[in-house]
Design a binder for this molecule. Structure first.
Ligand code: ADE
Length: 406
């Protein structure tokens, strides 16, 4: 951990704080009463400068924190260095193997004597550890989960067997879907693809697999760059929406044969499989921005390729038996975090504000029954209002500072 790395991390955190006025206002409101004093937090969420600002808030509120980024590519080492410099236990680094990632998640879970009292999760991995080994966290009070897939998995688990701990699903709020997923991931995904390849998008056939909030954002932004956008959908309802948004909807087998760039955004595994790779257009670029690293079947790609060459740290070229070339970006991991710096601070401000308020409110409750908790519409609306005020936008919602509009 060098002095210049810490300095770079401090500067990045300072910049992000300036872009995250809602989160900073929550810190200013709560920190002096130290509502998290005595709390032991285990966090597993991409260690970016924005997450750093969230960690600063939790730390200022009195929590003792152990944190890991939870994947191979997203940890920003200078942010890790700056936070370590302030006495926060940070596990992992950029460019880990999958086994190393798992080991760091385990170490984060096991960091505190007596186990964590609060878990902050992004993919439900720490939460599943707590479910499987309750004896390792006997004082656990509650957990939060931030991803669409993690929330879906926890709902499924809770249907089969009631959860033995309270879990707040901080993903399922309008601002996260509409602001973070659509506009944040939409922009950062295109940013990642361009940073990795420098490709011109204008005139390219750009295929988006999945048309949830993320897929929609990616499609909109690719179209904004002048690409001809095609969309593959699993449900008829999303196919109608994509069609009415002006995109060409077609089956993956047909689309992949025409696509210059393909980006998965489904959050489910095994979307692009060997049978699709056999049909892919020569020279295609493959990227993933869904939560699951397994959306593109990289194992199948390795198996069917005649030759594999790393052209850069972010572009691996596979040559097929028939001579076609396929370029995989960022090893099939999240391209917005592997090649760019994740979603912009301004949108993470909203998501992390909801996350911080959920943690602070849950910590203030005298007792919580096990089970699933949703973020209330009122809380989401209050975060949106804080953001609008910060953006100097007035609307017809009741806005305390503006006094409402007639
Ligand atoms: N997920 C996507 N972008 C992110 C960011 N900037 N910080 C944390 N998690 C993210």
């Amino acid at each position: 951990m060098s002095g210049s790395e810490i300095q770079a991390g401090e500067a990045a955190l300072q910049f992000a704080r300036g872009e995250m006025p809602v989160l900073v206002s929550i810190e200013e409101e709560f920190a002096s009463s130290r509502p998290l004093a005595g709390a032991r937090i285990a966090g597993c969420l991409h260690l970016t400068k924005e997450t750093g600002v969230l960690i600063e808030l939790l730390h200022a509120c009195g929590a003792d924190i152990a944190w890991t980024g939870g994947d191979e590519v997203s940890t920003q080492d200078e942010i890790a260095a700056a936070l370590r410099g302030r006495g926060i236990a940070i596990y992992g680094k950029r460019g880990m193997t999958t086994d190393e990632v798992e080991a760091e998640i385990g170490a984060t879970f096991a960091h505190h004597e007596g186990g964590p009292t609060i878990i902050i999760d992004n993919g439900a991995r720490l939460i599943k550890m707590a479910i499987e080994a309750p004896e390792a966290c006997p004082a656990l009070v509650f957990a939060t989960e931030k991803t669409t897939e993690g929330c879906a998995e926890l709902r499924e688990i809770s249907h089969a067997d009631p959860l033995r701990l309270p879990v707040f699903l901080v993903n399922d709020v309008t601002t996260k879907w509409e602001v973070d997923n659509t506009y944040g991931t939409g922009q950062s995904t295109i940013d990642g693809i361009i940073r990795a390849t420098g490709k011109l998008l204008a005139g390219k056939a750009f295929l988006v697999c999945g048309y949830g909030h993320v897929g929609r954002g990616v499609a909109m932004r690719a179209a904004g760059q002048g690409a001809r956008v095609m969309v593959c959908c699993r449900t008829a309802a999303t196919a109608i929406r994509a069609t009415l948004d002006g995109f060409q909807v077609l089956p993956l087998e047909d689309a992949i044969a025409r696509a210059d760039i393909l980006c998965t955004a489904t959050g489910r595994p095994d979307i692009v499989r060997a049978e699709h790779l056999a049909l892919a257009k020569d020279g295609i670029t493959l990227a993933n921005t869904g939560h699951s690293v397994t959306e593109i079947d990289v194992t199948a790609l390795e198996r069917v390729a005649r030759d594999t060459t790393d052209l850069t740290g972010l572009i691996r070229r596979y040559t097929m038996a028939d001579g076609r070339k396929i370029h995989l970006l960022g090893r099939g991991g999240l391209i917005n975090l592997a090649a760019a710096t994740g979603n912009p601070s301004e949108v993470m401000d909203v998501t992390f504000a909801n996350q911080a308020l959920s943690v602070l409110q849950a910590a203030a409750r005298p007792s919580l029954s096990p089970g699933i908790y949703e973020v209330s519409e009122e809380q989401d609306e209050s975060v949106a209002i804080r953001k609008l005020i910060a953006m100097n936008v007035r609307c017809d919602a009741r806005m305390p500072e503006a006094g409402g509009m007639a």
